[in-house]
Design a protein around this ligand. Structure first.
Ligand code: HEC
Length: 346
């Protein structure tokens, strides 16, 4: 009996050793074609595919996803993508590039396929071995990588024209890398509003950094602009219900650096805004917008002349609305207001 087991063990060890030798000999023989123009065998391909998917998935699970709807993040991602990714991953309307036919594995067409945010973040940061996908984490911080992930969520919904437009507005790659967060003025809405507050008491109104409407064009997002107009008219009419109906439940309202929820605004500032506008004349100066898939921003500049007896004033007001499309309807998800008193010569 004992002999029997021993005999078996020897056979097993011998077979394993033979296999290992065989595998070694196979690797060394050069029989397997490593050329990118010769596809893997089915078995190798499916083993690699599973290895790749599991490896990424297991590593990406603990990653915390930031707010990918942040329009400034999406805009930044557009610039990054256009600068570094399109030869391999294409743009809306583009069917092929010079480098793609020769790549194996083939890079996915990210203008058509939407990627899981956690997996995408991990892949962009770390790259994929034995493929053309580089590890961008060597040269880009996490925020830059999240900007690409945020942009990739919108890209499959974009037309070629929308893609061109957003890229034209996006800050260039080098610029973004150098300025980090809170650098120069590329439209940190709240930062700008907070600045306005800080400077207000001390300095002349001209010292205020205005809310940035960078890259917006009149008529770029006509439906969102129409909603912005209805919203402004409802405020001026004093129609509370119509105002609130246009705000999404999670909307935030920032005024002079303070941010409120929709509820807080409804029970507090809304009434005073309505009362103020009742005694005022609003003259639109300009309106412009930009669209990013199901998100859009509308910037409106106007002059408000208030004839309130106690405190007549002329202010120039800037309003930046962020809107999101739900089905056919656009709802406002963020409002940023800034007003600068005009020195009336007299
Ligand atoms: C030189 C070509 C090349 C460039 C440039 C490149 N990639 Fe890739 N990328 C690939 C290849 C090839 C794959 C597929 C690898 C695989 O399947 O093993 C890939 C995979 C990916 C994936 C995973 C997609 C999925 O379905 O899991 C993401 C996300 C991605 N790339 C994003 C980017 C971003 C963002 C950039 C620009 C910063 C970029 N890539 C630049 C070649 C490239």
């Amino acid at each position: 009996m004992k002999k029997h087991i021993k005999h078996h063990s020897i056979t097993v060890v011998a077979v394993l050793a033979a296999l290992a030798l065989g595998a070694g000999a196979f690797v060394y023989s050069g029989l397997y074609d490593i050329g990118a123009d010769d596809p893997h065998t089915k078995l190798v391909h499916s083993a690699l595919q599973t290895l790749r998917e599991r490896s990424i998935h297991v590593r990406s699970q603990g990653i915390n996803v930031p707010d990918l709807e942040d329009p400034q993040l999406i805009l930044k991602g557009a610039g990054q993508y256009a600068a570094m990714c399109t030869q391999c991953h294409l743009t809306p309307g583009q069917t092929d590039s010079e480098i793609r036919p020769g790549l194996y594995p083939q890079p996915p067409n990210l203008a058509q396929e939407r990627v899981d945010p956690k997996d995408a973040f991990w892949v962009i940061k770390h790259g994929i071995k034995m493929s053309a996908m580089p590890a961008w984490g060597f040269s880009h911080d996490d925020r830059a990588i999240w900007s690409m992930v945020a942009f990739l969520q919108k890209l499959p919904d974009m037309t070629a024209a929308q893609y061109k437009e957003i890229v034209a507005r996006a800050p260039p790659d080098e610029d973004m890398d150098m300025d980090g967060d809170g650098g120069h003025n590329h439209g940190h809405g709240e930062g700008a509003a907070a600045d306005a507050d800080d400077h207000h008491a001390a300095a002349a109104p001209t010292a205020v950094a205005p809310l940035s409407f960078d890259g917006m064009k009149p008529g770029a997002a006509p439906e969102a602009e129409a909603v912005a107009k209805s919203f402004q008219q409802a405020l001026q009419r004093g129609d509370r219900d119509a105002v609130l109906a246009l705000l999404s439940p999670a909307a935030t309202i920032s005024e002079s650096g303070q941010t409120q929820s929709r509820e807080a605004y409804a029970s507090d500032h809304l009434s005073s805004d309505i009362a103020y506008l009742k005694s005022a004349t609003v003259t639109p100066v300009s309106q412009a917008s930009m669209a990013m898939g199901d998100t859009a921003m509308v910037g409106t500049e106007s002059t408000i002349v208030s004839s309130a007896k106690e405190k007549p004033s002329t202010v120039s007001s800037r309003e930046l609305l962020t809107l999101k499309q739900h089905g056919k309807q656009w709802k406002i998800t963020a409002i940023q207001w800034q007003s600068v008193a005009q020195s009336t010569p007299q």
